[in-house]
Design a binder for this molecule. Sequence first.
Ligand code: BG6
Length: 477
Amino acid sequence: MALSDRFLWGGAVAANQLEGGWNEGGKGPSVIDMMTGGSSTKMRRITDGVIEGEYYPNHEAVDFYHEYKGDIALMAEMGFKCFRTNIAWTRIFPNGDELEPNEEGLKFYDDMFDELLKYGIEPVITLSHFEMPYHLAKEYGGWINRKVIDFFVRFAVTVMERYKDKVKYWMTFNEINNQSNTSADIFGWTDSGVLFSQYENKKKAMYQAAHHEMVAGAMVVKKGHEINPDFKIGCMCSFVPFYPYSCNPDDIMTATECMHERFYFGDVQIRGHYPAFAKKEWKREGTKPEMLPGDEEILAEGKCDYLGFSYYMTNAVKADVKKDTAESLDGSSPYSIANPYVKASDWGWQIDPVGLRYALVTLYERYEIPLFIVENGFGAIDILKEDKTCDDDYRIEYLRAHISEMKKAVEIDGVDLMGYTPWGCIDLVSFTTGELKKRYGFIYVDKNDDGTGSGKRYRKKSFGWYKNVIRTNGEEL
Ligand code: BG6
């Protein structure tokens, strides 16, 4: 058997894309509550406050806030061993700078975790998934401001103490490395509450915000282990590996240099110090973040226990290509070029199951700590038939191919893999486009891009398929 019998099969979501109830239970507005709907050809806009007449898809999302009991029952029916979501920071500290938490928000997660545990489903909890309090972005300038470290640590310690007997698996910041694309504002906004387009030296601003986040993350890892020594606390990166387009040595070195960007954040959070290439880049480009004495020690003392990562696609790069990435939502670099050996989804995301094995091997050989695939999946347009079934065979095919490569990484390459939680196990709002029609789920939610629809849930064909995958611990695909 390839996978251990403790392998964490499950599914992943994010509070802001699922819960709705954006202003209920004392919740404050978050940065993502200021993002309008968009599409693959139309970027989501970030508005200055909530503007009447605009549509903000995350405000209602798919109403998990009220529907969570039924949704969790469906996940239990599939046999989930774990469920990855996050605690919305703004349910606990609505503005972010309060001294006392909002009890109603804490109670919501108490009840939700109890519901999961009732079925033996382990909560896997990210602390920050694209939804820092809007107030911290607006009034403090987001993570550029060092004061945000204290606010985040207060939030993290509050929830870790409160749920110390309910939650064992934690992650600090979701896809903290998205912001390395400083050309498209949605990444800096959702990672750090910063619009890098407003800064003359965008990269320097980004490294500054990221430094504060990583210092805060390291503090939280250390404090978390004091709160409960059994906690497993990971970091989380998006991993879109860069392939050299050809064996031309120039393409190889372009890919190597592009990969630096992919490793920057993991290196600090896992090895506890900045890599050599980062220091050279700061010097060369004048982008060194300001650090306080003691920061290096904090980073060294707060190394993560595991690496959670998302994997959706790879990207090929060629030395003599140079394009603008301002409108790119597919993890591409200025050197990216279509890979003739792989197909792409309707949203242009390249489908590359072998790339998942490549990702696992690359990350494991670099860091030698347990890995957790906390996102992977196929965003597609699903058709709900009249009899309320949905034949999403393309999704089954995608997941089957990826799981099969994942097993090779464990069996052949010896990767220590904790689990697999496909993204958007229940349909939810797309992060990059704000659409509902970019669906990932095993569970169909009857809701449309403009917010219309009954909100009812239906099992897709992949629901039964995934249930059997879990039942057989990945033996039957
Ligand atoms: C990751 C995020 O970027 O990919 C999720 O962690 C996101 O929040 C997922 O939803 C898929 O992206 P999208 O744009 O298809 O929703």
